[in-house]
Design a protein around this ligand. Structure first.
Ligand SMILES: NC(=O)c1ccc[n+]([C@@H]2O[C@H](COP(=O)([O-])OP(=O)(O)OC[C@H]3O[C@@H](n4cnc5c(N)ncnc54)[C@H](OP(=O)(O)O)[C@@H]3O)[C@@H](O)[C@H]2O)c1
Length: 268
């Protein structure tokens, strides 16, 4: 049993790799640095060959144009390679992502979809680390509630879905245990880090310019900005039960994440 981790160098992939390795489950990490490229289907069969299951993490986003076609091709390639299950990382409230989920399933391999809320770690391992350090959380979104999920919960849930004895098609909505507006998030970050962080709703060009200060190129920031103007409208202002369903325990809170992250000195 070897589990393929697509996007294995990323935030969720590395955590899943560590958990499976600790359990003694053989893994194969795949991303461009190992020769697997989403833009080159000729690189896919070598990654899939000899594996029994795969974690599918597409970057930058499942909802972007052309991605459902890629997911359809991957589902067929996984079936041809004899894989017995797939676990797909997806996002909540994204119409385009729904098409990618359906396309992946067309190959016929039993697939668990993990539809996740915004990651808590966006504020410490991703594009919002710099804005938190500057004390100004500039986002192209109104002050809507979100149910921020801990990436460690996502990784635990993915490992459970990859290794449970009863695969089969299922969809899980993964969130944290509470709804928080960006103003409330800024307050929690201020409390945890001991320095004031404020939230400001801005337009996409201002968001892109702010991220440029951290070296994030406009080609990366702009599509994210426009995605946020679409999905951060309150449509995901509900709690998901996926963490409890898969792990039999409550999801981890934003406050616990913020306190632990501040103690590591990430925002100092
Ligand atoms: N952030 C959120 O709040 C959130 C919420 C819900 C869902 N999601 C979804 O989570 C996914 C991202 O997950 P993540 O944060 O774990 O990933 P990540 O940290 O962004 O990294 C994924 C890895 O993908 C690899 N990669 C990039 N381009 C590639 C390409 N063309 N071909 C092959 N590999 C490529 C990169 O490694 P190499 O450089 O080696 O290629 C990268 O390390 C996205 O689909 C996003 O929509 C995110």
């Amino acid at each position: 049993m070897t589990i393929l981790i697509l996007g294995g160098a990323g935030r969720t992939g590395t955590r899943i790799h560590d958990r499976l390795t600790a359990r003694g489950v053989p893994t194969r990490l795949a991303s461009r640095r190992t020769g697997f490229d989403w833009d080159r289907p000729d690189t896919w069969p070598a990654a899939l060959h000899g594996t029994t299951a795969a974690y599918v993490c597409f970057t930058p986003d499942l909802g972007f144009p052309g991605v459902p076609e890629k997911m359809g091709a991957l589902g067929r390639a996984a079936a041809a390679a004899g894989l017995e299950r797939l676990v797909l990382l997806s996002g909540r409230g994204e119409e385009g992502a729904r098409a990618s989920e359906a396309a992946l399933r067309e190959g016929g391999v039993p697939t668990a979809v993990l539809r996740c809320s915004w990651f808590q770690q966006n504020f410490s391992e991703h594009f919002l680390t710099g804005p938190v350090r500057r004390g100004r959380l500039l986002l192209p979104a109104p002050d809507v509630p979100e149910a921020f999920v801990d990436v460690d919960d996502v990784a635990d849930a993915a490992v459970e879905a990859l290794t449970r004895t009863d695969p089969g098609d299922a969809t899980y909505e993964l969130s944290g245990p509470e709804l928080l507006t960006f103003t409330q998030v800024a307050a929690a970050l201020s409390d945890a880090g001991g320095r004031r962080v404020v939230f400001e709703a801005v337009d996409v060009p201002t968001f892109v310019a702010d991220l440029a200060a951290d070296g994030i190129p406009a080609e990366e920031a702009e599509p994210l900005g426009y995605l946020f103007t679409e999905i951060l409208d309150g449509r995901n202002a509900s709690l998901g039960t996926g963490v409890e369903q898969l792990l039999g325990r409550p999801a981890s809170s934003f406050g616990a994440y913020a306190t632990a992250t501040a103690l590591r000195g990430v925002w100092s």
